[in-house]
Design a protein around this ligand. Structure first.
Ligand SMILES: O=C(O)[C@@H](CO)OP(=O)(O)O
Length: 206
């Protein structure tokens, strides 16, 4: 049985381009982001992958990325589930601030801790651990059962919501996940074993 799970981070957003903390704010894709999403779809198609269902967040950059990928693959009738559980980590009070301005105000090290530590939340926001506490139950109760039934599943979401799922899938320690970045528009293709662990992983980077 083909237990296929593909994770894709949305293409570049307007706020990625402007270097702003984004979180639950809802900017659209840039021209480059649109192209990245289309390219992701073409890569999946070139590798002969098809899908039975898709999941995304309630944020427009991830939904638009999914739509563009499906368009490139020529898929128009896929069931799509949109859920807040897959939203980006909530950046709290940092949302909308420029990342360089934040470094100037609070220092490089503090901003890095807010951005990449596992369990230190930014003021008023979610740590990666907090994010995992909502993405993982959703993955386990909604996404994983479909994969285990042999449904081919595509997930379009966000840098940190995907990092939290990747941490569990790849069994990464709290230290290891700190160094893991998810590039925009590069499909991560997993095939799961019967025990739900990862049997095979490929990045469709080129
Ligand atoms: O701003 C955000 O919401 C995220 C993703 O773009 O940024 P960071 O790289 O700091 O996790």
């Amino acid at each position: 049985m083909d237990r296929l799970l593909v994770l894709v981070r949305h293409g570049q957003s307007e706020w990625n381009l402007k270097n702003l903390f984004t979180g639950w704010k809802d900017p659209g894709l840039t021209e480059k982001g649109i192209e990245e999403a289309r390219l992701a779809g073409r890569r999946l198609k070139e590798h002969g992958l098809g899908f039975d269902m898709a999941y995304t967040s309630v944020l427009v950059r991830a939904q638009h990325t999914l739509d563009l990928m499906l368009e490139e693959m020529g898929i128009s009738d896929l069931p799509i589930t949109r859920d807040q559980a897959l939203n980006e980590r909530d950046y709290g009070d940092l949302s909308g601030l420029n990342k360089d301005d934040a470094r100037a105000e609070w220092g490089e090290e503090q901003v890095h801790i807010w951005r990449r530590s596992y369990d230190v939340p930014p003021p008023g926001g979610e740590s990666l651990k907090d994010t995992l506490a909502r993405t993982l139950p959703y993955y386990v109760t909604d996404i994983l059962p479909q994969v285990m039934r042999g449904k081919r599943v595509l997930v379009a979401a966000h840098g940190n919501s995907l990092r939290s799922i990747v941490k569990v899938l790849e069994n990464l320690s709290d230290e290891e996940i700190v160094g893991r970045e998810i590039p925009t528009g590069i499909p991560i293709v997993y095939r799961l074993a019967a025990d739900t662990t990862v049997a095979e992983k490929t990045d469709y980077a080129d």
